[in-house]
Design a protein around this ligand. Structure first.
Ligand SMILES: [Fe+2]
Ligand SMILES: [Fe+2]
Length: 164
């Protein structure tokens, strides 16, 4: 095994955190879908898929370094948000929490002179900048739109089209 027991445990915790985020974003996508907000539903479904990819990247890395994948529990996501703003605030908080978990992993890798894991984590360091930025943008949009959530939908739809 090329990584320490402590690092193995922390990476397994990160897999569970990414899968929990995926689960929470799927719940948010379903909530938007049920309100007829299909663009926001699609946006959160895309986030769901990204979080699953993050989890799978770590699964593969843990296996590549000869360590053992142990899956933790994925809690039932919160379902009773008052409005879109409250939901996006929770998503933003989740991204900030994940960012600090990634930073803790980087600190551990550096402390242990585990340069392979340190290098592997660079992708996640960069990715979290993007993730927090896009969730901050969404939160700004939702707050600007106020009661007119359809404006958020049309803005996001334009962004999605220009990306493809
Ligand atoms: Fe993630
Ligand atoms: Fe994320």
């Amino acid at each position: 095994m090329m990584i320490s027991e402590a690092m193995n445990t922390k990476l397994n915790e990160q897999i569970a955190a990414e899968l929990s985020a995926a689960h929470a974003y799927l719940a948010m996508a379903c909530s938007f879908e049920s309100k007829g907000l299909k663009i926001l539903a699609q946006w959160f479904l895309n986030q769901h898929c990204e979080e699953r990819e993050h989890a799978m990247k770590i699964v593969k890395y843990v296996q590549d370094v000869g360590a053992v994948v142990v899956l933790g529990g994925v809690p039932a996501p919160q379902g009773d948000f008052a409005d879109a703003e409250e939901m996006v605030v929770a998503a933003h908080e989740s991204e900030c929490k994940i960012t600090s978990m990634i930073n803790d992993l980087v600190s551990l890798a550096e402390k242990e002179k585990d340069y392979a894991t340190r290098s592997f984590l660079n992708y996640f360091v960069d990715e979290q900048v993007e993730e927090v930025a896009s969730m901050t943008d969404l939160l700004d949009l939702v707050r600007l739109a106020g009661d007119n959530i359809l404006q958020v939908e049309s803005r996001i739809r334009h962004q999605m089209i220009s990306k493809t």
